[in-house]
Design a protein around this ligand. Structure first.
Ligand code: BGC
Length: 443
């Protein structure tokens, strides 16, 4: 049997990623909590509730799991509604809470990456019109300034906004996140404000902390035309990739927001990224369909023989990771994979998903692509937005009734990878023997 080891570069960041609303619990002052209280917004009426009870202190034990798991980095997020519960009030205790968390990571020798906005807004910001109101740019800048002043002693790696593209589409086009809009006319306005808010945050962070490394995290969705030679399928794929994958990053790259047939100059955005944060989960196929006017004339589906996650939300398509990284090269800056993972309560395909996606990252590194780290989504099962608790992305399983955690086999696999800074054929043999021949083909 052929054997091999895939080594990663020295200093590669290995971590898991979390977000405040999904793990803290009792985030009662943000728009998502309010949304959860409305009927039929969240699947089966699920609520974030205590989540992983990080605000109650369980982050301490979960940070031990990070260490035990051989990780050297962790991505977490700050909750705007906690730091600024009202327009004229900063909560120093909340900032102190985050300071303690970062201090602990520091003691544990874990590099923190801090996200400043992960989908949620304070209720008072939503009442002002949220991302549709240009006032949010200044408000966000003030919150970022306050937070960075308070926390810069413990981190210099910042993500301003998580997945601005998902926020636009889920909250303003598909109505799945608050404010639940389904209005294509909001898209341009919201994108513009997100680009401006990111740039303002970038500039203020650099002013306050010259050593900072600042980026955002884009959700790259690989889309393939259902019939490769069909011009309509190709057209619709081009249109959606432009609006979803390219619009935000290109605006940050050159200061021009291109959406459908419009172009808007936002010169202050140009060059406001020190690295590219890349979230990649899956690939889909897209056909132009007159039967789908509500879905922008797209029929989207996974490859028929694809391996699917528990609820069918994600297909295991590792080549899409390679494609995403290749796409990211155009910005000529370091790339960090800020999220990747699969919902799989039984840990049925997570081990092979993990190995295959990391293998694609390793391939990229071997072409000398500047890939600096990998954050798995996620450490412990968390609250999955409109999908509630039906999806389990954790390396650790969470019992939401008792808060007990139970390790899944993938946690040991990821630990072996992080500790060894490598994927070995032994690991594949132990955790995902069914893909061995594909990973290490014989003569
Ligand atoms: C988001 C996470 C989410 C994950 C899995 C990403 O798009 O950033 O908050 O939990 O997908 O659904």
């Amino acid at each position: 049997m052929p054997t091999a080891t895939f080594h990663f570069p020295r200093g590669f960041l290995w971590g898991t990623a979390t977000s405040s609303h999904q793990v803290e619990g009792n985030n009662k002052n943000n728009n998502f909590w309010a949304w959860e209280q409305q009927p039929e917004r969240i699947i089966d009426g699920h609520k974030s509730g205590l989540a992983c009870d990080w605000w109650g202190g369980r982050w301490r034990e979960d940070f031990e799991r990070i260490v035990e798991g051989g990780q050297n980095a962790h991505r977490l997020s700050i909750e705007w509604s906690r730091v600024q519960p009202a327009p004229d009030r900063w909560d120093e205790d909340a900032l102190d809470h985050y300071r303690q968390m970062l201090q602990r990571l520091h003691q544990l020798d874990i590099t923190p990456m801090v996200t400043l906005h992960h989908f949620c807004d304070p209720v008072w910001v939503s009442e002002l019109g949220g991302w549709e109101n240009e006032a949010i740019v200044k408000l966000f800048e003030a919150y970022v300034g306050k937070t960075v002043e308070a926390l810069s002693e413990y981190t210099n790696l910042w993500i301003t906004i998580n997945e601005p593209n998902v926020l636009v589409v889920f909250a303003y086009l598909f109505g799945l996140f608050p404010p639940g809009k389904k209005d294509i006319r909001s898209v341009g306005k919201v994108y513009t404000n997100l680009v401006k808010a990111h740039s303002a945050a970038y500039h203020i962070i650099h002013r306050l902390q010259p050593t900072a490394r600042v980026g955002y995290a884009i959700n790259y969705r690989s889309a393939k035309p259902a019939v490769p030679w069909n011009p309509l399928d190709r057209f619709i794929v081009g249109l959606t990739s432009t609006a979803f994958n390219n619009a935000f990053p290109r605006a940050i790259n050159d200061g021009v927001l291109r959406l459908f047939l419009t172009r808007k100059r936002i010169p202050e955005a140009k060059g406001t990224q020190d690295f590219l944060g890349l979230n990649y989960y899956t690939r889909e196929y897209v056909a132009f369909s007159l039967l789908q006017p509500k879905n922008l004339f797209m029929h989207q589906y996974f490859k028929p023989q694809a391996e699917l996650s528990t609820t069918g939300f994600i297909a295991n398509e590792p080549e899409g990771m390679f494609e995403a990284l290749k796409w990211g090269l155009q910005f000529k800056i370091p790339i960090i994979v800020t999220e990747n993972g699969i919902e799989d309560g039984d840990d049925r395909i997570r081990p092979s998903y993990l190995i295959q996606h990391l293998h694609q990252i390793w391939r990229g590194i071997n072409f000398n692509w500047p890939i600096k780290g990998y954050f798995h989504w996620t450490l412990v099962d968390n609250f999955e937005w409109e999908r509630g608790w039906t999806q389990r992305f954790g390396l650790w399983e969470l019992d939401i009734e008792t808060q007990a955690r139970r390790k899944r086999p993938s946690a040991d696999l990821f630990s072996a990878i992080c500790t060894g800074n490598k994927i070995s054929s032994d690991m594949v043999q132990q955790y995902a023997p069914q893909i061995y021949d594909r990973m290490f083909p014989g003569p």
